[in-house]
Ligand binder design. Structure first.
Ligand code: NCD
Ligand code: ZN
Length: 345
């Protein structure tokens, strides 16, 4: 197979940032994906319909002419979030989903939720109106080993959430463990998960190979090899519960290569080729379109894209750095050669 044509994919989890960085990164996403679920962890976070509309306008204003791209906005849940605001935003077609960051779990999550009890009204509303809840699935207890925080979240928080809100659509975002893959696969149809290209590609050793390698650090942090293999199995299984979400999270080189570097992998520039590499290696190209272009919209209750893209089996080298609005960022696969590329349309 030298070319592969599929429905244009969507990215169900991306950080587009704001200001000059937004203008520098958004087109990498918009060139490949028809739609993207845009994370609300700005500073201050996106917690109102007005803030989401204003952010959406800034995203659209930063698009290259000729690109068709729909940003799907999300509401950042806080302890004091107004359920009425969420319902209004969803009804108006502004909010596509709500994002739950446990407070202090990751970048810009200090306004996140300290206890699920505090957002009961919001969750009841979301369940009633069919609005998905997107989870950063890690506990924040410093006494829990960082490599166990996702599995402990599933046991102590997610299992109860699924029981208490049986009709609530839940997406466990950027899963990194075998426990998460199994929990989602065995769970009800209301439960799904996104998987990033980097968690499919490397295990935790990559962060320490010959020295500390900050560009492989993200949250949830990469785990052992058996977890990576479980993620590959889940992504390529054909199950409708798993779909594409890059978690592309750009940070300036200077914010990564420092004594306390930020979490996040900037995988947007070659996201679809990175996933193609994995599906190709797993001999599962026949299941690639479902993962990238069908399972996500079906879960969200949105139409499938009618446009097609073609991938060609042709080497392309990934630059060591990308300049985004004057900010230097190291992309995923920097300096490597990828075996696929998107054909000019
Ligand atoms: C994300 C970011 O930088 O905003 N970082 C990351 O490592 N994935 C936040 C997040 O999704 O956890
Ligand atoms: Zn993220």
């Amino acid at each position: 197979m030298s070319t592969f044509t599929m429905r244009r994919p969507d990215d169900w989890h991306v950080h587009l940032r704001d200001g000059p960085m937004l203008a520098g990164v958004v087109n990498f996403t918009a060139r490949q994906f028809a739609r993207a679920i845009v994370m609300p962890n700005l500073n201050p976070p996106v917690t109102t319909v007005a803030a989401a509309e204003a952010y959406r306008s800034r995203i659209l204003a930063a698009l290259e002419p000729g690109l068709s791209f729909t940003p799907l906005m999300t509401c950042y849940l806080t302890d004091g979030i107004d359920a009425g605001e969420i319902e209004r935003g969803f009804a108006a077609g502004v909010f596509a989903a709500c994002k739950l960051y446990p407070a202090h779990a990751t970048t810009n999550s200090s306004h996140g939720v300290t206890d699920i009890k505090n957002i009961r009204a919001a969750l009841e509303t979301m369940q009633r109106i069919g609005m998905p809840l997107l989870l950063h699935g890690e506990v924040t207890d410093k006494h829990v080993d960082i490599f166990d925080r996702e599995a402990v979240f599933i046991d102590t928080i997610l299992a109860k959430l699924v029981r208490d809100f049986p009709a609530l659509k839940i997406v466990l975002e950027h899963i990194t463990t075998e426990e998460a893959a199994n929990f989602v696969a065995d769970g009800p149809a209301t439960l799904a998960a996104t998987i990033t290209p980097h968690h499919l590609d490397y295990n935790r050793n990559a962060m320490f190979e010959g020295g500390i390698r900050p560009h492989f650090y993200c949250l949830p942090v990469a785990k052992r090899e058996h977890h990576r293999l479980a993620l590959r199995k889940a992504a390529t299984s054909g199950s409708p519960k798993f779909f594409l979400g890059t978690d592309s999270a750009p940070h300036a080189v200077s914010a990564k290569e420092t004594a306390c570097g930020c979490a996040g992998v900037f995988c947007a520039p070659h996201a679809i080729e990175s996933y193609a590499k994995v599906f190709d290696e797993e001999k599962a190209m026949d299941r690639f379109e479902a993962f990238a272009s069908e399972n996500g919209p079906r879960f969200y209750g949105l139409p499938l894209n009618e446009e097609r893209i073609t991938l060609e089996r042709e080497g392309q080298s990934v630059p060591a750095r990308v300049s985004a609005g004057g900010t230097e960022i190291v992309p995923f696969h920097a300096g490597a050669t990828l075996g696929w590329r998107v054909a000019a349309s």
